[in-house]
Design a protein around this ligand. Structure first.
Ligand code: PMP
Length: 434
C-alpha cells in the first residue's frame, strides 16, 4: 500500500545499482548506505536552505546538514559567492595564502587554542593531534572512550575493549593489534575507570581523547564535571587532554562545546562547520605544544591540499555568517523539532528518551537515561528504522541511523518546521507499529 505523500526512488535505485558496480557498497562513507535502516539511499542532486532535492525530484527537509557543516543552510549566497570568487583565482597553489591565516585567526579568536594547523578532514585532525601529544610527552599510550568516534585512523578504531584498562581490540580487519595496543578504551562518563588507569599506568599515558560532548553514539552529554575532572587528572599526571570538537565546534555555540562547559583541552580538534561544506579541519592548542610541529619542531605532519583556498573561503564565509543571531535561530529550531518528535512519540505510546546537548539532540528508543555506549546499545533500532522511513516518505530526511544526532540549520524556517510537524506523527505511528 502506497501512502499519500510517499516519495519515489526509481532513479536513486538505478544510480545505487550503478554505484555498487564501481564503488564498494555504492557509497563513499558507510552510514550513507542505509545499512542500519534498510532501503535505497536517495541520491541528492541539489540543495538549498533547509531542503535537499534528490535525483527523482523529491524534496526533503534536511535533518543531516552534511552531518554538521551546513549551519547556514545549503547554498548560502555568501558561501557560494566566496567559493566562486576563490575558484576563479585558482583552486590550489601549494604555497601559503592569506585565507589560511585569516581562518586560523578566526578559530583562535573563538576557541581556547593559541595556534592551529589546518588539515582536510576530522580524521587527519585527531590522528595528527595524537601524534603531537605522543611527541610532546614522549609517552606511547592513549585513552579513549567507547562510543566516541574520532575518525578512522588505525589507533582510534579501537572501541570494544571491555573492562578497565584492557588493551583495545581492533574494530576492523586491517587494523593490527600493534596499531591499537597502546589504545586504552574506557567506558564513557566513568571517572573511576579513568582514575584507576592513570594510577596504574599514568607515566605511560600521552593523552586522553574525548568528544567534548559525545554525539556519535547518539547524544550522550558528559555528566556533571566529567570534562573538568578529565582535565585535572591529565594535568596531575602530565598527560594532555584532547577535546575533539570536530562535530560540536562552531555548531553548539560560536565557541563550540567549550562555549558551553568552558573546559579547554590542551589540544582541540575541529572540522565540519569550519570548512563550510568543503574539506577543511584543524587541530590546535597552546603555542608551547603546537610549536613542536614541523617545520617549527620535530613532529612531522603535512598535506598537499591542507589550507586549500576554496575550503578556507567556504569556512571563513560560514564562520563570519555564524552570528549570535544564527546560533539563537538554530537553538530555537532544534528545541522545536526535539519537542515535536518527543510529543509525537509520547502520543503513540512509544518508549523513548530525548537527549539534548545545546542545539544537538537525538532520540533513543530506550527507557532510561543513556550515559554510555552500553546504554546506547539498549535501544530498539527496529523502531528507529520504521520511524526513519515513514519520515522519509513524508519528505523529512533524518539521519539513517539511531546512533547519530539530528542537525538543524539557521535556514530551518517556519515552513520547514511545519513540514516536519506534519511528517512526525506518521513517523511516530510507524515506530509504534514496528
Ligand atoms: N571526530 C568527531 C567527533 C566526528 O564526529 C568525526 C566525524 N563524524 C570525526 C572526528 C572524523 O571527521 P571526518 O569524517 O571529517 O574524518
Amino acid at each position: 500500500e502506497r501512502l499519500e505523500g510517499v516519495t519515489s526512488d526509481q532513479i536513486s535505485q538505478a544510480l545505487f545499482e550503478r554505484a555498487g558496480a564501481v564503488i564498494p557498497g555504492g557509497v563513499n562513507s558507510p552510514v550513507r548506505a542505509f545499512g542500519a535502516v534498510g532501503g535505497t539511499p536517495r541520491f541528492i542532486a541539489s540543495a538549498r536552505g533547509p531542503y535537499l532535492t534528490d535525483a527523482d525530484g523529491n524534496e526533503y527537509v534536511d535533518l543531516i546538514c552534511s552531518w554538521g557543516p551546513m549551519i547556514l543552510g545549503h547554498a548560502h549566497p555568501a558561501v557560494v559567492e566566496a567559493v566562486q570568487r576563490a575558484a576563479a583565482l585558482g583552486t590550489s597553489y601549494g604555497t601559503p595564502t592569506e585565507g589560511e591565516v585569516t581562518l586560523a585567526e578566526e578559530i583562535v579568536a573563538r576557541t581556547p587554542v593559541e595556534q592551529v594547523r589546518l588539515v582536510s578532514s576530522g580524521t587527519e585532525a585527531t590522528m595528527s593531534a595524537i601524534r603531537l601529544a605522543r611527541g610532546f610527552t614522549g609517552r606511547p599510550k592513549i585513552v579513549k572512550f567507547s562510543g566516541c568516534y574520532h575518525g578512522h585512523s588505525d589507533g582510534l578504531l579501537a572501541a570494544a575493549g571491555s573492562g578497565v584498562a584492557t588493551f583495545g581490540l581492533p574494530d576492523s580487519p586491517g587494523v593490527t593489534g600493534a596499531a591499537t595496543a597502546d589504545t586504552l578504551v574506557l567506558g564513557y562518563n566513568d571517572l573511576a575507570a579513568v582514575e584507576e588507569v592513570f594510577a596504574e599506568q599514568g607515566d605511560q599515558i600521552a593523552c586522553v581523547i574525548t568528544e567534548a560532548c559525545p554525539a556519535n553514539m547518539g547524544i550522550v552529554p558528559p555528566l556533571d564535571d566529567f570534562n573538568l575532572r578529565l582535565k585535572a587528572i591529565c594535568a596531575q599526571y602530565g598527560a594532555l587532554l584532547i577535546m575533539d570538537e570536530v562535530l560540536t565546534g562552531f555548531r553548539v555555540s560560536r565557541s563550540g562545546w567549550y562555549g558551553i562547559d568552558g573546559v579547554a583541552g590542551d589540544l582541540c580538534t575541529f572540522g565540519k562547520v569550519m570548512g563550510g561544506g568543503l574539506p577543511a579541519a584543524a587541530f590546535g592548542g597552546r603555542a608551547e605544544i603546537m610549536s613542536r610541529l614541523a617545520p617549527a619542531g620535530p613532529v612531522y605532519q603535512a598535506g598537499t591540499l591542507s589550507g586549500n583556498p576554496l575550503a578556507t573561503a567556504a569556512g571563513l564565509a560560514t564562520l563570519r555568517g555564524a552570528t549570535d543571531e544564527v546560533y539563537a535561530r538554530i537553538d530555537g529550531a532544534a528545541a522545536t523539532v526535539a519537542e515535536l518528535a518527543s510529543d509525537a512519540l509520547t502520543k503513540e505510546g512509544v518508549e523513548h528518551r530525548l537527549q539534548v546537548a545545546g542545539n544537538l539532540f537525538s532520540i533513543f528508543f530506550a527507557p532510561g537515561k543513556v550515559r554510555d555506549f552500553d546504554g546506547a546499545q539498549q535501544q530498539d533500532t527496529r523502531r528507529y528504522a520504521a520511524f526513519f522511513h515513514a519520515a522519509l516518505d513524508r519528505g523529512v530526511y533524518l539521519p539513517p541511523s539511531a546512533y547519530e544526532a539530528w542537525f538543524l540549520s539557521a535556514a530551518h524556517d517556519d515552513a520547514a518546521l511545519g513540514r516536519i510537524a506534519e511528517a512526525l506523527p506518521h513517523a511516530a505511528r510507524a515506530a509504534a507499529e514496528a
